[in-house]
Ligand binder design. Structure first.
Ligand SMILES: Cc1cc2nc3c(=O)[nH]c(=O)nc-3n(C[C@H](O)[C@H](O)[C@H](O)COP(=O)(O)O)c2cc1C
Length: 297
């Protein structure tokens, strides 16, 4: 009898642990099955090493109840609407311009060997002006373009990027991704980060900060900034400069600190900009044909 009463608390403790484990396991399987069904048809949840943790934010979700007082409404003032009469071309001219623009953009290539030859600063100002014409969610213009010409800063950027990229290639990216990149002959050595006369680092502002310190919602900030990057690539192509679109995985926080950018800004893209080096080569890629990318209804 004495033995039973001594062991009872032990049994109760063991029972509690077993119940807790069963409960946790059930919740885990419920979670993964709902995740499977929401991702469409019971597919195994994919490992996505290219998703940069620093870029994961909840700014597209409205749940910010605790901070409601710190947030301002976007533009409450009455905005006048003005007539809009852009240039209209005759159809033959339209056709010609559409072909010319396509030809221009079709010549764009990602170039990883960039000449140190100087590029006029005003050209950079203008391509960034062009990027700044992009549409943005509720006209919030959630972008910051940091242009780096200073050699020491470029050197520090290269050190940060190469150190992280070496870890990316050797540990984070995984065999499949590294294998898929092999034909592009990319690796963690990024000489262009120092040879290019300019590095343009594009930050998305996950929210705005008003003059009075209140925060402003930046709707669809990543899509808006991505569109702006597309315009920037086209503007660079238009003036005969080259770049390579790069999204240095896991470098965002260090580069943000190095460049003294505020906490609401996250690095989306890094573009080295300049003329192509005389010995530059590019992979002999082909692009999908119109019928493979367009569905006409
Ligand atoms: C979102 C994005 C990220 C990219 N990241 C890199 C990168 O980190 N390093 C690199 O060398 N190229 C990068 N690229 C360039 C692609 O490899 C390149 O666009 C693709 O191979 C097609 O070649 P093209 O740009 O010459 O048409 C990236 C492109 C995109 C759109």
């Amino acid at each position: 009898m004495a033995l039973i009463s001594t062991l009872t608390p032990v049994f109760v403790a063991i029972l509690c642990v077993v119940i807790a484990i069963v409960f946790k396991t059930r919740r885990g399987s419920e979670y993964s099955s709902s995740e499977k069904s929401s991702s469409g048809g019971g597919k195994k949840t994919e490992n996505r090493p290219w998703v940069d943790e620093d870029l994961q934010d909840d700014t597209e979700i409205s749940g910010r109840e605790n901070e409601e007082d710190d947030w301002a409404d976007t533009g409450t003032e009455d905005l006048p609407h003005v007539p809009y009469n852009p240039c209209r071309y005759p159809e033959d001219k339209m056709l010609e311009r559409s072909k010319q623009f396509y030809t221009l953009l079709n010549e764009r290539r990602s170039v990883r060997c960039i000449s140190p030859e100087p590029v006029p600063r005003e050209v950079i100002d203008n391509v960034i002006r062009a990027a700044g014409t992009a549409p943005s969610g509720a006209h919030t213009e959630p972008w910051t373009f940091v242009v780096v010409a200073d050699a020491e800063t470029k050197h520090k950027i290269r050190e940060i990027v190469e150190e992280e990229e070496e870890i990316n290639y050797k540990q984070r990216m995984g065999d499949k991704w590294v294998h898929d990149l092999r034909r592009l002959r990319t690796n963690w050595v990024k000489e262009y980060l120092e040879t290019a006369p300019y590095l343009i680092l594009i930050f998305k502002q996950t929210y705005g900060i008003m003059a009075d310190g209140r925060k402003k919602t930046h709707y669809y900030n990543e899509i808006s900034v991505s569109i702006s990057c597309g315009l920037l690539l086209a503007a660079l192509q238009n003036v005969g400069l080259v770049t390579v679109t790069s999204t240095p995985l896991n470098c965002g926080p260090q580069l943000r600190v190095l460049l003294h950018r505020p906490a609401n800004e996250k690095l989306l893209m890094l573009l080295p900009v300049g003329y192509p080096a005389p010995d530059a080569t590019v992979p002999d890629l082909t692009r999908k044909q119109l019928e493979d990318i367009m569905v006409f209804v």
